[in-house]
Structure formats: C-alpha cells, structure tokens
Design a protein around this ligand. Sequence first.
Ligand code: HXC
Ligand code: NAP
Length: 309
Amino acid sequence: MPNYNQPMLRPEALKGKRIFVTGGGTGLGRSMTRYFLELGASVAIGSRKLEVLEQTARELEAETGGKVLPLACDVRKYNELEEAFARTRETFGGLDVLVNNAAGNFISPTERLSHRAFDVVVDIVLKGSYNATLAAGKHWIENKQAGTVLNIVTSYAWTGSGYVVPSACGKAGVLAMTRSLAVEWAKYGIRHHAIAPGPFPTEGAWDRLIPPGMEEQFDLSKRVPLGRAGDHQELANLAAYLVSDFGQYLNGEVVCIDGGEWLQGAGEFSQLSAVPEAMWDAIQAGIKSKTKTANRSGSGAKNGPEAGQ
Ligand code: HXC
Ligand code: NAP
C-alpha cells in the first residue's frame, strides 16, 4: 500500500508560521489546519459559524498541541476580514500565510437559478477570495512583510462545468487572480499558488453535489484514472509544501490533484478503458486488415504523407 495518506514534511517544517485558513472549521480546510498545526504553525480559522469553529479549535488543539484561533467572519464582508486578520496579528504576533479555502456550491440547471442564487456562490468564492487577498496583501505591502497566498480552486476552473456554473465562474476568477498577482506582487515578496482538487470526500461537497440515487454515475473508481478519491492528507501535504519555505521558488503555480480525472474527460478516446483486454487482439487485427485492403487499392496513399505530391 503506497504511503499517500502519511504526513510528508519533517516535523517543525512550518514552525513559527502564522496561517489564516478561511473555511477552516470543516472538510479540507480542517484537514489542512490539522497538518499545519502538526508541523508547528499557529492557525486562525474563519467562517460564519462560530460554534463549528470553536469545536474544531478545541479538537485540533487537543490532538496536536498547537494553537488555533477561531474567528467568526463572512468572507463576503471586507471589514470582517480586516478585523479577523487584526485579531490574528494581535494573538500570534503576525500573519504569514492566507489560505482562501471557503466556498459555496450546489448543483442546479443554470436556468433554474435566481440571480441571488448565482450571486451567493460567486460572492463567497470570488469576492471572498479577493476580499481576503486584498486585506492581507495591503497590510503586508504597507509593512514591507513577505507573505504567501494559497487559493483552493477546482479542476473545472479552466474547463468550466455545466450544472455548477456560478462555482465555475467564481473559481475561474480566482485562478486568474492567482496568476495575475503572482507577477504583480512578486516584487513585494508575496507569492501566490493554487491547488485544484478533484474529488476529496467531504460532507459539505458530497451533500450538495451528488444527487441521491446517482452514486453509480459518480463512481470514482470509473471516473478517476487512478481509481479512487483523494485522501485529505495528500492535499494537506501539498498545501503544507506550497506555503512552506521549501516552496519559495514556486510562484503562480496551479497544482491539480485529481488522479487524472479532468484529463480523462478531455481525452477523445479515454472511454476505451472500457474495452476488455481480450478484445484488443481482434480489434487490432480488424483495423490492420482494413488498412492493408485500402493501401492495396491505392486509396490509403491519398491520406498518407505523399498525398497531393
Ligand atoms: C437553487 C438555491 C439552492 C439550490 C440556495 N439557493 N440553494 N437555488 N438550488 N440548491 C438559492 C436560494 O433560494 C436563494 O435565492 C439564494 O440561493 C441564497 O440562498 P441562502 O440559502 O439564503 O444562502 P446561504 O444561507 O448564504 O447559503 C449559501 C449556500 C450554502 C452556498 C447556498 O450551500 C452554503 O452555505 N454553502 C457553504 C458550503 C459549501 O457549499 N460547500 C461545498 C463546497 S464544494 P432566492 O432567489 O431564493 O433568494 C466545492 C467544489 C466541489 O466548492 C468540487 C467537487 C469535485
Ligand atoms: P466544506 O466543508 O463545505 O467547506 C466550505 C467552508 O467554507 C465551510 O467551512 C464554510 O463554513 C465556509 N464558508 C462558506 N461560506 C462562507 C462565508 N460566506 N464566509 C466564510 N466562510 C464561508 O467543503 P470542502 O469540500 O471542504 O471544500 C473546501 C474547498 O475545497 C472549497 O474551496 C472547495 O471549492 C474546494 N474543493 C473541494 C473539493 C472536494 O471534493 N471536496 C473538490 C474541489 C474543490 P461556514 O458554513 O461556517 O461559513
């Protein structure tokens, strides 16, 4: 069994780092927070539900011995983020890393969405990410401090996807911001990265994105070339590396961690994985015999390299 679900970096790899994770109370945000703590960082977690954040903080502090600061904030409100970052700096003595992980999403035919439903998702994903980036970045620049921003997008940020159009629009915007600011703010020592996860089971995503009774169509052993979902530790390993000092020469990179899922959808003939091994001899023999017949009758040459000469 490969060790993909094991911690990757050496202990203390993030010692002294002060990190803010939006949406850090649940799902992937919580898993990244846990690993950052194990590696010696102090972590502030921010979202709308303070009780959820407080419970996560208690549990992760007990598990790791690290320090977690739970802070209620809505990423759609710039002033709430400014306040949360100020509290983080007061408590930890500074802020070094921002992880834009908070998101909203649900499946729906686009024509069934009200404009408010479209707004709610784009506002959390895109406005939330630029609000947080701007609030953290302005402070870093004014105070001549270096910083790192890690944005969590999705693999459909560049392909688009039906039925989650507000999310696809929001994530595409975050991807554009990642690459734009990686260049513009490099002179201030601020690096930008993004991780584009494929399927990583979480309650938040699974409850909203997989329609009941359609589990078969979403069977990850078929959708993902590597035949499985992602393990939270794999994503946490990647995130920890990108925000650590070991990732200092990476800037503007978008790392897709999806077992090859989006490429399988993109490849014209990828569905041929369904052909049983035993059928390939017959298929190849059939193609070869047709090609030979075509070449003998001269029709094959017209499509070959000599065509038109
Ligand atoms: C159609 C919907 C809807 C639905 C809400 N609305 N849910 N429309 N289908 N399922 C509409 C409402 O009717 C309303 O419009 C508007 O959206 C705002 O709804 P509220 O319920 O008031 O919004 P709010 O309470 O702010 O909740 C936000 C939310 C919710 C996005 C709707 O789902 C949430 O809190 N999500 C946070 C967590 C989350 O989504 N996690 C999944 C991340 S997974 P009207 O017109 O009626 O006023 C991910 C990528 C996964 O991002 C990729 C997997 C591979
Ligand atoms: P999740 O547990 O539902 O996480 C979403 C978090 O965002 C919640 O903690 C939520 O907390 C917070 N949030 C939502 N609206 C907010 C707001 N207005 N202000 C502040 N916080 C808000 O889902 P997840 O699967 O872990 O997703 C985490 C990230 O991974 C997201 O960016 C998602 O797009 C991305 N992703 C996930 C997958 C996957 O397979 N799981 C795949 C691709 C990308 P509150 O409700 O307390 O506000």
